[in-house]
Design a protein around this ligand. Structure first.
Ligand SMILES: C[S@@+](CC[C@H](N)C(=O)[O-])C[C@H]1O[C@@H](n2cnc3c(N)ncnc32)[C@H](O)[C@@H]1O
Length: 470
């Protein structure tokens, strides 16, 4: 049997949340450490008194603003009487311990900063999304681990969760009218569906409408998430993209969405490939549009996952125009576009004070009849970077036109294949020789072309080492 002797508990610290409204809190100390504690306490305690010979600038300002009170210069044991908490935060360890002894004698919980032995409480590491708090504590055993955990939780919790919690608190009375067994299911439906998403997107009125529908017993409505998955490296996803990927019921994805990113989509979500490869339009755009509408109307949370950014050569605008016309809720999550991702991982800044004051994104995709009608005179300019998406096939034409419109034959140009991914390849050359180098290397992955003097900077700034480059 386990030893449960009262003097040897597995963990002597129990996290609790304490009501500080209307209670006095005493802080002894007037320096940076005391100020740090006061900053935290101010989030919950309206009545803070400080005892210190001198206050630092921050505490002085708080006293002047009437947010805290300076009680006395010198500590004495009677000051702890009637307090709900005492914090000893001077830089004198022995003095702090005397403060702790006085608080203990008066049965007032006391914390000695950075000294757990004489403390009767310690403050956990906190993630704040008021009124929501997440507290992490190891009881002083592993503070660095606790900090790591706190950082991870911080990155997982959307910034809007505070609004969400406050909304739920405000609407609790409406939901209380329902039978107990239905309340929890209703809130779960709200959190999993359009209601919570509307609120996180800042539309409180739409969230309230959705809640009202659920209270009436109407089924949850579907929504489309148009999400940019970035250029391939899963580390480049946004927090919001990841959250929506993990709650979708069905995902429609492109060829450009890397397998490593698809790994992060909710395991049991239905997967529909609607990818397009050059000259192979697997699923016509109109069909994708109507499939999105059909699935959302069936009440599904539909993830439309696209490579890069949905609004940059991604036809995202057409897809949501159809959704909007059909009255279907949607949200758009930007992604890192191929130009930014490829440039960063190839060590080629897109702008540079000395050689490129502007940057243009252009499509190099030829029309069905083979023509590529671009404003060549505007593209063939010094002092700018031009990025061609979908330009591998037309690369020889691009180089010829740029030279014909005034750029020199030795003007720098690069092709980045599978940018940001373990298979990334970067080919560097000039307008005169890159087409033959590329023809020899025969890239088969997604490839982006960067034209301009910034390409030369790669020599010094290249940093990414693909793991399986040839
Ligand atoms: C239809 S466009 C989609 C662009 C995407 N919406 C974006 O913002 O990056 C497809 C083109 O993007 C470029 N591309 C996308 N991902 C790439 C990557 N990882 N490496 C190189 N080029 C990429 C290629 O030029 C490809 O032909």
């Amino acid at each position: 049997m386990k030893d449960h002797t009262p003097d040897a508990p597995a963990n002597p610290w129990l996290p609790v949340t304490l009501r500080l409204a209307g209670a006095r809190v005493l802080v002894v100390g007037g320096g940076e450490v005391a100020a740090r504690k006061v900053r935290l306490l101010l989030k919950a305690a309206p009545c803070i008194e400080v005892v210190a010979l001198a206050l630092n600038a921050e505490l002085t300002a708080l006293v002047e603003q009437g947010l805290i009170a300076k009680r006395d210069a010198v500590f004495d044991a009677t000051q702890v009487q009637g307090c709900r908490l005492v914090i000893a935060a001077t830089d004198d360890r022995e003095f702090n311990r005397r403060v702790a002894a006085a608080a203990d004698a008066a049965n007032v919980p006391v914390n000695v900063v950075d000294d757990p032995a004489p403390s009767s409480f310690i403050t956990p590491s906190l993630v704040e999304r008021a009124p929501l708090w997440v507290a992490v504590s190891s009881g002083g055993a592993a503070p660095v681990l606790v900090r790591r955990l706190r950082e991870r939780i911080e990155s997982l919790l959307p910034a809007g969760y505070g609004h969400l919690a406050a909304f739920m608190e405000r609407h609790r009375p409406r939901v209380k009218a329902l039978a107990v067994e239905h309340r929890r299911a209703l809130w779960e439906q709200f959190l999993d569906g359009q209601g919570a998403e509307r609120l996180l997107a800042g539309d409180e009125a739409a969230a309230a409408v959705e809640l009202a529908r659920l209270i009436q017993g109407e089924p949850a409505r579907g929504e489309v998430y148009l999400v940019g998955a970035g250029p391939g490296d899963p580390d480049l996803l946004t927090f919001r993209a990841l959250r929506l990927m993990q709650q979708a019921d069905v995902v429609l994805f492109d060829r450009l969405v890397s397998p490593a990113i698809m790994e992060l989509v909710r395991r049991d979500a239905e997967r529909i490939f609607v990818g397009k490869k050059r000259n192979q339009h697997t699923v016509p755009q109109e069909e994708i549009n109507s499939e999105l509408v059909r699935l959302a109307k069936a009440g599904k949370r539909v993830l439309r996952l696209k490579g890069g950014d949905p609004f940059i050569f991604g036809r995202g605008g057409e897809e949501i125009a159809e959704l909007s016309a059909q009255g279907i809720a949607f949200q758009v999550v930007p992604g890192i576009t191929a130009a930014s991702g490829c440039a960063a991982y190839a060590g080629i800044p897109l702008t540079h004070r000395d050689c490129a004051q502007s940057c243009v994104f252009v499509t190099g995709h030829a029309r069905a009849d083979g023509t590529l009608n671009l404003h060549w005179d505007q593209l063939a300019r010094r002092g700018q970077t031009v990025v061609f998406y979908m330009g591998v096939v037309t690369l020889p034409r691009v180089c010829t036109e740029l030279m014909r419109h005034g750029l020199p034959a030795d003007w720098p140009i690069a092709l980045v294949e599978d940018g940001t991914q373990p298979t990334q390849r970067v080919m560097i050359g000039t307008l005169a020789d890159l087409p033959s180098k590329v023809a020899a290397a025969a890239p088969s992955g997604a490839s982006l072309i960067i034209v301009g003097e910034v390409v030369k900077l790669r020599e010094k700034l290249g940093w990414f080492q693909p793991t399986s480059a040839t």
